[in-house]
Design a protein around this ligand. Structure first.
Ligand code: F6P
Length: 357
């Protein structure tokens, strides 16, 4: 009898169910006896023994279904070693649940923070397989994460919609794109949506350069400008502050997000109308795009193979179009960021896209 645990942790995305389905189908087809324990709401389920016993039927018909059938929650890595309000040692509790259920392995789907905890559990002696999920695409050691492509499609659609109204009204428009502290989603959606200015956390902006780019368009007879701004975009000035000083400044800001501050600054300097559009969590919603469905099916199937080989302690990555087992200890805690001097940025600059630098 093979006993597998499974959980989805952190912010959800469109393709979590598709990835779980891939793992389960890969096992069901090849293992005689299988028990699947689905932990509810991320690591919480593992800590507090909240789980459902699932069958192959539970994973049928979910390839196209967004969200996660297991539920998810954020359990910050920093808090994992801190006892809960009743003094419960969370790491010990997770180990106890794993041992009590006699699991052979636990499959953990999540982003960076989730991966750090997965690695911690590996260090504590559990058999772990991690699948790289996030719309932010910031997981080190894989070319791409699932959710990223689906989110690009939604953010691009948002920019497309803004394009038509911006053109009709001759307005400057900011579309704020998710991505936490990295700019992958904004870069891809910005280029796909034909944004004129793209602001990323990896390339601190100078507001005067942003304004110059808007005026250059206006002088060339172009009545509207589209800015794709990452939610983590930062000005040159702020990037030079210490972490502590930046936190204090951010806490006293009157704007709900960086885009509104940029909008105000542009208005003030250029005297033009600026509007902000924030697609927000729509970027994580809906069905996975075909690319993500294929990616998740491949990653899930590769995860099933690793489990059947009893080869644990890996993230199943996609590198150069091939699935690969990457040791968790080599990647946990590292962030994959956009290279400000990379080819993609150079190519975008060559066609006139401004990064405000
Ligand atoms: O990591 C995915 C993500 O959507 C980020 O892009 C964003 O910064 C964050 O999660 C939002 O988190 P929450 O859903 O907790 O508001």
């Amino acid at each position: 009898m093979m006993r597998i645990g499974m959980l989805t942790s952190g912010g959800d995305c469109q393709a979590l169910n598709a990835a779980m389905r891939g793992v389960v189908k890969g096992l069901v087809e090849n293992v005689d006896e299988l028990e699947i324990y689905g932990f509810e709401n991320g690591y919480k389920g593992l800590i507090y023994e909240q789980y459902r016993i699932l069958t192959a039927a539970d994973f049928s018909g979910i390839l196209t279904k967004g969200g996660t059938i297991l539920g998810s929650s954020r359990q910050p890595f920093k808090q994992m070693r801190v006892p809960d309000e009743n003094g419960l040692d969370k790491v010990e509790a997770m180990k106890n649940t794993y041992r009590k259920l006699k699991l052979d392995c636990i499959v953990i789907l999540g982003g960076n923070g989730t991966q750090k905890t997965a690695n911690l559990l590996r260090e504590e002696g559990l058999n772990v397989i991690h699948l790289p999920k996030t719309i932010d695409n910031d997981i080190y050691g894989t070319d791409v994460t699932f959710g990223f492509q689906s989110a690009i499609n939604i953010a691009t659609d948002a920019i497309d919609c803004i394009h038509t109204t911006a053109a009709s009204h001759n307005r400057v428009f900011i579309v704020e794109v998710m991505g936490h502290k990295v700019g992958w989603l904004t870069l891809y959606a910005g280029i796909a949506g034909g944004a004129d200015i793209i602001l990323l956390p990896e390339i601190p902006y100078d507001i005067n350069k942003v304004v110059e780019a808007i005026q250059k368009r206006s002088n060339a007879g172009k009545g509207f400008t589209i800015l794709a701004v990452a939610e983590g975009a930062i000005s040159k000035e702020d990037a030079e502050l210490t972490k502590k000083a930046y936190k204090a400044k951010a806490a006293s800001r009157k704007y709900p997000s960086v885009s509104y501050e940029i909008a105000d600054q542009i208005k003030e300097i250029c005297g033009v109308e600026v509007r902000v559009a924030v697609p927000g969590h729509t970027q994580r919603g809906g069905s996975p795009c075909p690319y993500d469905r294929v990616l998740c099916t491949r990653l899930g199937s590769a995860a099933a193979k690793a489990i059947m080989d009893e080869d644990y302690g890996y993230m199943i990555a996609m590198i150069d179009g091939r699935t690969k087992r990457v040791p968790l200890g080599e990647v946990a805690g590292k962030l994959k960021t956009v290279d400000p001097n990379g080819q993609m940025i150079k190519e975008a600059k060559r066609i006139g896209i401004s990064f405000g630098d």
